[in-house]
Design a protein around this ligand. Structure first.
Ligand code: HEC
Ligand code: HEC
Length: 508
């Protein structure tokens, strides 16, 4: 019940009691008549008590009046208690919050010294880390970025953050702090104190629904919503400025790459917005450390895409991502809808399927790869059609007709004498009359039959990145099912940046 409702109920009940009291009193006064005298004699040996006239008259009236006053006080005190109750409740909540905020702040800055790594106000910082090889031999001193926590509740649920605080990130400088993970802090210190403090320094979400509900939901123009919008605009502008800065500085080649690796060189928000800090091996250790080790930091497996954070929370999402990890977004139905439940479990081993444009059913294996009746995988052309070829070259040719060997394990490079080694440009050509196809990876197939497929989109992956992993439910083939450790970015990144990161990953 709202405070106002509480107050008005209290007021109405109070007024009713007062009114009843007045009505009864007035009626009582009007009904009373003058008492007749008493004729009873007093016994001579007794202390004279009040006369009947007095007992039934003024004495009775006095007692009854007293009872009435007490009754009135009792009935009035109830509504008055109601009047004070909302204030008392608010006070209790405020007091609870203030107490836990104070204790949480104390833990953050003194007791547990989160501040040393995550900085004051949770804006993000760095942690010293000794990078060792598998045998414990020193490789380098690194500064492991400790992500900004002032938006951590926009990316994770409270339960997920409590999980991180309890169990830490094994293999990273983030220790297990809670008793369940063997740490020094009690459950109350983690769940109530630290969580209250962390909650209190969260920045504004970029999600329009959150902005709207900052104030009166019925009124999009109330002061709180306008303030929330202004704060969101400011945060978004800063993120865009960082991405544009990094592109202008030549740190990255595409917007998607810049979003994926955001903060690699600048330390922006200590990686709170980047994907690479979990999905690559080199991001958290930093470009300079990777240079010491002699690794190209933007090469695949470091901060390009692939690898997986040394703390083990993420993993390669690029290697074969399109085929292996996102079965749900492989192809739309010919009518443009998503394949529904009815397309699942239709193969002999429960495989899912999709429909080609001519309505032939194409089975997908358990990794989402389209297979023919003999279980042989189709080859996918650059525009998402399926090809069944008699022969596919182990060589590929560049635009000038030079032919190179094809090694599926490494990305193809061209020996370009002007620019050194550069990556293969993506190119495809439709099957010609002779059934010859150049695939997106540069291989050439002959004797190919092409099955025209509906368009492929990245919608499912976009939604996954927007919402994050659901605790207890893995996603895709690499799904860790359970800890919900893939954050959702819907409240912290503008939609076009999420799409850019998704496109970038799918392009690798
Ligand atoms: C020694 C430095 C250090 C200290 C002290 C520390 N952290 Fe961390 N924390 C890190 C690092 C580094 C990471 C990122 C780990 C990774 O790359 O997965 C991290 C990750 C986190 C995360 C997950 C954030 C995300 O977006 O993935 C949370 C939440 C967190 N820390 C909260 C805390 C709190 C609260 C405290 C104090 C009780 C604390 N940390 C103390 C270094 C530290
Ligand atoms: C804090 C670490 C972390 C960050 C940051 C992170 N991820 Fe993830 N990601 C994970 C984890 C853990 C999983 C596995 C989730 C599961 O299935 O439970 C995952 C899974 C994924 C998957 C599904 C992979 C598969 O094999 O099915 C995709 C796609 C993905 N992440 C993309 C991204 C993108 C894009 C970003 C940046 C916008 C990002 N991630 C940022 C930890 C992270």
């Amino acid at each position: 019940m709202t405070e106002a409702a509480f107050r008005s109920i209290g007021l109405v009940v109070g007024a009713l009691v007062l009114l009843t009291f007045l009505v009864l009193w007035i009626r009582n006064v009007r009904d009373s008549r003058a008492e007749l005298g008493s004729e009873i004699e007093l016994a001579p040996n007794k202390k004279p008590y009040l006369s009947d006239a007095e007992l039934e008259g003024p004495k009775l009236d006095r007692s009854l009046s007293f009872a009435l006053v007490v009754l009135g006080l009792c009935s009035l005190s109830l509504p008055f208690y109601w009047l004070a109750e909302p204030g008392r409740q608010d006070g209790a909540i405020e007091n609870w919050d203030a107490t836990h905020h104070r204790r949480g702040e104390n833990l953050y800055t003194n007791g547990a010294q989160c501040v040393n790594c995550h900085a004051a106000g949770g804006v993000g910082g760095v942690a010293s880390y000794v990078f060792q090889d598998a045998d414990g031999q020193f490789i380098a001193n690194a500064q492991w970025k400790a992500p900004a926590l002032n938006n951590v509740l926009l990316r994770y649920s409270e339960a997920e953050v409590e999980y991180i605080l309890n169990f830490g990130r094994p293999g990273s400088p983030m220790a297990a702090w809670g008793t369940p993970g063997g740490g020094p802090l009690t459950t109350q210190q983690v769940d109530s104190d630290l969580m209250t403090y962390i909650r209190d320094f969260q920045v504004q979400s970029l999600d329009p629904i959150d902005i709207q509900s900052a104030g009166d939901e019925a009124d999009p123009n109330d002061a709180e919503s306008i303030a929330a919008q202004a704060e969101a605009d400011e945060i978004e502008a800063a993120i865009r400025a960082e991405v544009e800065r990094s592109l202008a500085a030549g740190e990255f080649e595409t917007e998607g790459e810049a979003v994926f690796n955001m903060g690699l060189y600048s330390g922006y928000a200590a990686g709170a917005y980047s994907c690479a800090r979990c999905h690559t091996a080199g991001w958290s250790l930093g470009a300079d450390v990777m240079e010491q080790v002699g690794v190209d930091v933007l090469g695949e497996g470091v901060a390009g895409c692939a690898g997986g954070n040394p703390s083990g929370i993420g993993f390669s999402i690029c290697d074969g991502a399109v085929f292996n990890h996102f079965p749900d977004d492989t192809w739309l139905m010919p009518d443009g809808s998503w394949p529904g439940e009815e397309m699942r479990g239709i193969g002999p081993n429960g495989e899912a399927g999709v429909l080609a444009l001519d309505n032939t059913l194409i089975l997908l294996d358990d990794k989402g790869i389209p297979v023919d009746a003999t279980g042989e995988a189709y080859i996918i052309t650059g525009d998402g059609d399926l090809a069944d070829c008699g022969f596919v070259s182990a060589l590929w040719a560049d635009d000038n007709g030079n032919v190179y060997p094809y090694d599926p394990a490494t990305r193809l490079v061209v020996d370009d004498s002007a620019n050194g080694f550069v990556e293969v440009p993506e190119f495809t050509a439709p099957a010609d009359a002779a059934g010859v196809i150049e695939f997106a990876d540069g291989r050439i197939g002959t004797g190919c039959e092409v099955i025209e497929m509906p368009p492929r989109t990245s919608q499912a992956m976009y939604e996954f990145v927007y919402n994050g992993a659901e605790a207890g439910r893995g996603y895709g083939r690499g799904g860790q099912s359970g800890q919900g450790m893939m954050p959702g970015f819907g409240s912290t990144l503008p939609p076009d940046y999420i799409q850019a990161a998704v496109d970038y990953v799918r392009g690798l």
